[in-house]
Design a protein around this ligand. Sequence first.
Ligand SMILES: Cc1cc2nc3c(=O)[nH]c(=O)nc-3n(C[C@H](O)[C@H](O)[C@H](O)COP(=O)(O)OP(=O)(O)OC[C@H]3O[C@@H](n4cnc5c(N)ncnc54)[C@H](O)[C@@H]3O)c2cc1C
Length: 453
Amino acid sequence: MTAPADGFAFPGSPAYDEATQVFNLAAPLAPAAAATVCTVDQIRGVLRRAEREDLRVAVHTTGHASATAPPLDRTVLIRTRLDGGVELDSARRIARIPAGTCWGAVVRATAGSGLAAPHGSAATVGVVGYLLRGGLSFYSRQVGLAVNKVRAIELVTADGSVVRTDAGHDPELFWALRGGGGGFGVVTAVEIELFPATRVVTGATFWPAEHAPRLLSIWQRWTLDAPRDVTTSVRILNLPDLPEVPLALRGHPVLCIDGVVLCPAEEDLPTARDHAEELLGPLRAAAVPMLDTWQVADPAAVLDIHLDPASPVPIAGDHMLLDEIGDEGVAEFLRTTGESGSPLILAGLRQLGGACSTAPSDAGALGHLAGRYVYSAAGAPADEAHEAAIADRCAAIRAALSPWDTGRTAPTFVENRRQPQRHLAPDQTRAVHRVRARVDPDGRFRNDVLPHC
Ligand SMILES: Cc1cc2nc3c(=O)[nH]c(=O)nc-3n(C[C@H](O)[C@H](O)[C@H](O)COP(=O)(O)OP(=O)(O)OC[C@H]3O[C@@H](n4cnc5c(N)ncnc54)[C@H](O)[C@@H]3O)c2cc1C
């Protein structure tokens, strides 16, 4: 069956397959119908038909977070691919980004402007889904959660209204959209504020995992009062034997410390180099790296450091937001993640603190992360037995790290719908409900809402 004029496509058609494509191949989506939309009129057409046929509506861009979606029977899934490219206003430091754009396109648009966007580690992640759920970048200890940089959001609500919301236009809706857990409508564009970034000091250093106890302890102590212009992550990697993986890193566990020192202006470069050296000097002295790529670079290089997969893969894993873990937590992390033969490809900690810890006064529902580290682990399940082994290993790590569990989560790192998750306080959840009930009184978008929201 081919897609009719209103864009609806059904299982078995190429248009349905295209609209339901997901990055996470372990979590395919099977809605009753699906539509790829490029214009506001197409969105309105889909909403009208959904109302006539009493279907719910869910929205996605890339399907990076497809494992967080509920079953989509009696639902039409909208895949956003809005027309137009990234518009950059360098003088005002604003970028207008149509829904459907991935961060790689934003980084290309800002290249050479002396400005950077608060993107995450991967070029393939969608701008809208990342921002609406908070967004943690390698700049975030300096500039805060990415969502705090959103200045306006344009959307189509359940009744077909086209709304542009910002601090002066329906500020309640603007507040709820920014981290409130979804279900407010189809976002068609966002405007974000960029920040000065002439250069960065960035890269990744890899060591054999046998050195991890000493190195992780040095890193953890450094994080206690690290400068805000530096944001790093530490990971135990078990990388597959694939041509795109450097030969030295294949087939055995390695420890990787990567990150970014932000250098807003050229005169900040000596300080940025010093801050990188304060971290890397003691680590390099403690054990000889196998590979070490840190260098002064243009901000576009930040998308290359984290070795994220460039094309769709199956992903299964877990996430927790942790308090300060200290030596005991480091030991528990390594006891459960550090050995050969792990079913996981990665287990890591992203460094928080700095501007991630405080919500600005004009923040939305989610403006900060009240923890010291984002723990995440992931494997690429090849079959059911492997999937079960990943789940068992994630459960063991979760148990080992539970003394430091904040009980909160960072929504962009939540791996699936079943795992414990909560990022809003009860009064915030109630306030978000009130806004959702106003803009979507019939609950048309309720399959697009995160579980606890
Ligand atoms: C390889 C990889 C690297 C990652 N790196 C980072 C990182 O560095 N930092 C970080 O914070 N996160 C990171 N993530 C997580 C990622 O940010 C989240 O999965 C995010 O939700 C993905 O957004 P998306 O739009 O691409 O995904 P989708 O699955 O398409 O969308 C996720 C949700 O966003 C909402 N949404 C999407 N588009 C629209 C729209 N147009 N209108 C309304 N709602 C919409 C919907 O609720 C949807 O369910 C990474 C994920 C992967 C797989």
